[in-house]
Design a binder for this molecule. Structure first.
Ligand SMILES: [Mg+2]
Length: 231
């Protein structure tokens, strides 16, 4: 059982790199540096609204209904507008600040390094990510992850995003992997799990927040350390 797989494909954001906490720390800095306390009662109010707006825009981005350039500043423009701040220029400046500082954050999900140390001895490890090309390498380098991975597949380079089958097929051809000797690990039931299922690749749903769902998944974990027993 343990040697069924030769290749492990990881998602990056919210699977290894602690997107939510890293993002929060930059958003707190934005609240202070852009003096948003003049308009918004607390940093948490700002962060909660931003996350809601960003999530909605990301879904549109994933389906190619919003461009990357629009996403970058509109998520802040919509957030500021919610608090009656009409300032496009500030939204653009905050968007730039965010994209410059967030990839330099280095917090990883618990047990990321222990698990990668263990897995890298027995498997070839790869990344498939929908994140922006110019920030994903900074995240991987700054957080010490880059050396663990053989192939890094970026949706922007491939031209389609997960869950499109072509990005997984591209990952197979670049790594020399096949669906039957590979497994995908990710936190997103649609992009990662449904995407893997479409190319008949086994999958592990990393359900860190223990969200209830009714989707069929190959395996499910709540902590990366569980991989030490599974793989
Ligand atoms: Mg993810």
């Amino acid at each position: 059982m343990k040697k069924k797989y030769e290749h492990i494909f990881f998602d990056l954001d919210r699977t290894l790199w602690h997107f939510d906490e890293n993002s929060k720390s930059v958003l707190n800095n934005i609240y202070v540096n852009f003096k948003l306390n003049k308009f918004i009662d607390s940093a948490n109010l700002f962060i909660d609204k931003y996350q809601e707006v960003n999530e909605a825009l990301w879904m549109l981005y994933r389906d190619d209904k919003v461009t990357k350039e629009e996403l970058r500043w509109k998520r802040f423009d919509h957030t500021l507008t919610h608090f009656n701040i009409k300032d496009n220029k500030m939204a653009v400046e905050i968007g730039d600040y965010y994209i410059t500082h967030s990839p330099k954050q280095t917090l990883l999900l618990p047990y990321t390094i222990e698990v990668l140390d263990y897995l890298s001895k027995n498997y070839q490890l790869h990344i498939i990510t929908n994140g922006f090309e110019e920030v994903q390498y900074i995240k991987l380098t700054e957080s010490g992850l880059l050396t663990y991975f053989d192939v890094i597949i970026l949706s922007e380079k491939v031209g389609v995003k997960k869950p499109h089958p072509f990005i997984f097929k591209k990952a197979f051809s670049e790594s020399g992997a096949k669906a039957k000797n590979s497994i995908m690990i990710g936190d997103d039931l649609y992009a990662d799990i449904y995407g893997a299922q479409r190319v008949k690749m086994d999958n592990i749903y990393f359900n860190f927040h223990k969200i209830e769902h009714n989707k069929s998944v190959h395996k499910e974990i709540n902590c990366l350390s569980e991989l030490l027993n599974i793989l």
